[in-house]
Design a protein around this ligand. Structure first.
Ligand code: ZN
Ligand code: ZN
Length: 436
């Protein structure tokens, strides 16, 4: 009689440990049954992509499904944004974010479910549209996690806030949603989590960065002014083409000579426009620059150096007018809260296995998920691999570069990627939400 309760106690203790070791496992049991539905949603989203701030049908599809599983859904937040709330007793509020928009890219994957959609962009031009950044992977994974969590309300406590954000590709969607009261009209999250698919990581794996993970992105427009005239009489002109050439070369010294070599940043002149004909010296040349940096002080230093050099080169050339330098609103650097990153990495690796979690380098791409963190919420974005394992190994062996995000050839290994996306978001949410 004495041994029996002890045995029972031992068994209970073991079961208890198993539960604590992987709280997500019982919830994720539902994924097999749910997968066919997610797969068809993914194909539908992939075949019907919508450009930034035009994501109306996309938003409606997600809103309808979230309502069905019990969320209180609000649409048209910050344009086409969706906010879905599920209250489940006392506990932390956890926000899971997906982006909704696609890109003006003509799909060339040859997949049976490739997009053939065209739409009008902001300038009224007809363009092909494709989910070339994989936001359809994010949406499907996000909906999968929301569905599994809603079906397993006995496994967690707190409030789940699902955010479907428009216009990530334009860098303005997060700001629009925050301005429209995301943190005041709805429960303000204690944590914010998102995934982004990775075009380099193997499908089934997750990669993470603690601290700065994506760059601050600035777009800079510069007009340089000269005095136009005949190409055969340069002495009667101030040639803005030569001024632009000198300015571009001088700008190269900011990153290489002025900034600390230990602080990452990149400055690229991506566009130069001036002149109409061989023998005419124009009045004006326009430059477009992209600046990528992490730390605010580095960004400030480089912006000041750009202004100084552009003005000084114009003065040296004897330009009749000071250049016009304008900074269009950029995307701030994405900072992954180190303490939360650690918790999520441990939680996700319990589910996916330690071998499938890898620390990786920050990138110079930008993401406006950063805005949610800057608005006062510890936030983490994790990378979810998309490359079919065999293809990954072959490319690695051959030193081949795989199609990047935004490529017309970008095609995630669908099922592995989606299952990993759902698993990552579900395990992350359960780690941060309260226990029953
Ligand atoms: Zn993108
Ligand atoms: Zn993206």
């Amino acid at each position: 009689m004495k041994t029996l309760p002890l045995l029972a106690l031992l068994l209970l203790a073991t079961a208890g440990t198993a539960h604590a070791a992987d709280a997500a496992a019982p919830v994720l049991k539902g994924l097999d049954g749910l997968y066919p539905e997610l797969d068809s949603l993914y194909r539908d989203l992939h075949q019907n992509p919508e450009l930034s701030l035009q994501e109306e049908k996309t938003a409606a599809k997600l809103a309808e499904r979230l309502r069905k599983v019990g969320f209180e859904v609000t649409q048209k937040v910050g344009g086409t944004g969706v906010v879905a709330v599920l209250r489940n007793g006392k506990g932390p509020t956890v926000m899971l974010r997906t982006d909704l928009d696609a890109l003006p890219v003509e799909e060339k994957t040859g997949l049976p479910y490739a997009s053939q959609v065209t739409a009008k962009d902001d300038s009224g031009q007809s363009v092909s549209v494709m989910h070339a950044c994989g936001h359809d992977v994010h949406m499907t994974s996000w909906l999968g996690a929301a569905t599994l969590l809603a079906r397993a309300k006995d496994r967690w406590r707190g409030t789940l806030v699902m955010v479907g954000q428009p216009a990530e590709e334009k860098g303005g969607g997060a700001r629009l949603m925050l301005k429209d009261g995301l943190y005041s009209r709805f429960p303000k999250p204690d944590f914010a989590v998102a995934i982004h698919n990775s075009a380099t990581a193997v499908a089934g794996s997750v990669e993470y960065v603690s601290g700065y993970a994506l760059a601050h992105v600035d777009s800079i427009d510069i007009s340089l002014f000269g005095k136009g005239g005949h190409g055969a009489y340069p002495h009667t002109t101030v040639d803005p083409i030569v001024l632009a050439a000198r300015t571009i070369l001088s700008l190269q010294t900011i990153v290489s000579r002025e900034k600390s070599p230990l602080e990452p940043a990149v400055l690229t002149v991506g566009s130069i426009h001036g002149g109409t004909k061989h023998n005419i010296i124009p009045d004006e040349v326009k430059l477009q620059l992209t600046l990528r940096s992490y730390k605010p002080e580095v960004r400030k230093q480089i912006l000041a150096a750009i202004e100084r050099i552009v003005n000084a080169e114009a003065a040296a050339a004897g330009a009749p007018r000071k250049p016009v330098i304008s900074l269009t609103e950029g995307t701030p650097a994405t900072y992954n809260d180190p303490a939360v990153t650690k918790r999520l990495v441990e939680a996700v690796s319990r589910t996916l296995g330690k071998d499938n979690l890898r620390e990786t380098q920050p990138v110079m791409g930008g993401e406006d998920f950063s805005e949610y963190g800057l608005a006062g919420v510890p936030a983490v974005m994790l990378w979810v691999g998309t490359v079919e394992p065999k293809r990954h190994a072959e490319a690695k062996a051959a030193g081949e570069t795989l199609p990047s995000l935004h490529s017309a050839l970008f095609a995630p290994d669908r099922e592995r990627t989606l299952r990993t996306g759902v698993t990552t978001l579900t395990a992350s949410a359960l780690e941060l939400l309260g226990k029953p």
